[in-house]
Design a protein around this ligand. Structure first.
Ligand SMILES: [Fe+2]
Ligand SMILES: [Fe+2]
Length: 254
């Protein structure tokens, strides 16, 4: 089974983006802000997994989900504490507004999940892929963090947990759906791909909307502004005498 050989190893894409990750994490202020957000994402993920523990009818899964949720809450605290330490040092020196969320996201992508609507099988398949993605990214983040040993140590420790999460979810999926666990994983993979496409399409639509509105502002508005100014120039300035005919019109509304 896959779990026997599953360990922390970055995907080819994450490895390819290593130089970009190194640059993103090099700025102290940006590092602090990213770690803070990672902490929030981990805690949110922990809440979802806690909910999964409440709704499952499988006692072994409930126990594993509870341990998993505790891990995620602990990760959240570790990230936030490190972020707070970094913020006190770097916040005033950083001028980076760019956070590279698209290239260096954190967490598990659990915001894509409606826990109450999921079965044990779909939940485990989704969790397995999410933990696998997190383990891949955290491997790269740990590797590019040579300049910051305390943060590197945090990634190293969290990576150990994420690898365990990645492995136990696959083992349990094979237990609850021995014949169909691969199909569940593929379905979850396609669902993640589709949601990634939707996110990308939404972002692209936003950029295109911005470009179109900017073009409209600079191309369509100037002629109207020119016409308005020309009309304003033709208007007589100051007080003008009103013809008796127009005065009579004032005693009715139209
Ligand atoms: Fe985590
Ligand atoms: Fe995890």
């Amino acid at each position: 089974m896959e779990s026997s050989r599953a360990h922390q190893r970055a995907t080819a894409i994450d490895r390819m983006l290593t130089p970009l990750h190194r640059w993103i994490w090099s700025d102290g202020g940006r590092r602090a802000q990213k770690l803070w957000r990672f902490g929030e994402t981990e805690t949110d993920g922990g809440r979802d997994i806690l909910r999964a523990a409440e709704v499952t009818t499988d006692s072994l899964l409930r126990r594993l989900y509870l341990e998993h949720a505790i891990d995620e809450f602990r990760h959240g605290v570790m990230f936030r504490q490190r972020a707070a330490a970094l913020l006190s040092t770097f916040a005033r020196h950083s001028n980076s507004a760019f956070q590279g969320e698209w290239f260096a996201p954190g967490g598990h992508g659990l915001d894509d999940l409606q826990v109450d609507d999921e079965s044990d099988q779909t939940m485990l398949a989704f969790l397995h892929l999410s933990e696998k993605a997190a383990a891949s990214r955290f491997t790269v983040y740990r590797d590019v963090m040579q300049h910051d040993p305390p943060t590197r140590a945090i990634f190293e420790e969290i990576l150990h947990d994420e690898t365990f999460h990645m492995n136990y979810t696959l083992t349990q999926l094979a237990r609850v759906a021995p014949q169909r666990y691969r199909r569940h994983i593929w379905r979850a993979r396609l669902s993640r791909l589709w949601k990634s496409y939707l996110r990308l399409a939404t972002a692209l639509a936003g950029i295109l909307g911005l470009i179109l509105l900017t073009v409209q502002y600079f191309v369509l508005l100037p002629p109207f502004a020119w016409l308005a100014k020309r009309a304003a120039r033709r208007e007589p300035s100051g007080w003008t005498r009103v013809s008796p005919q127009r005065i009579r019109q004032l005693d009715r509304q139209y």
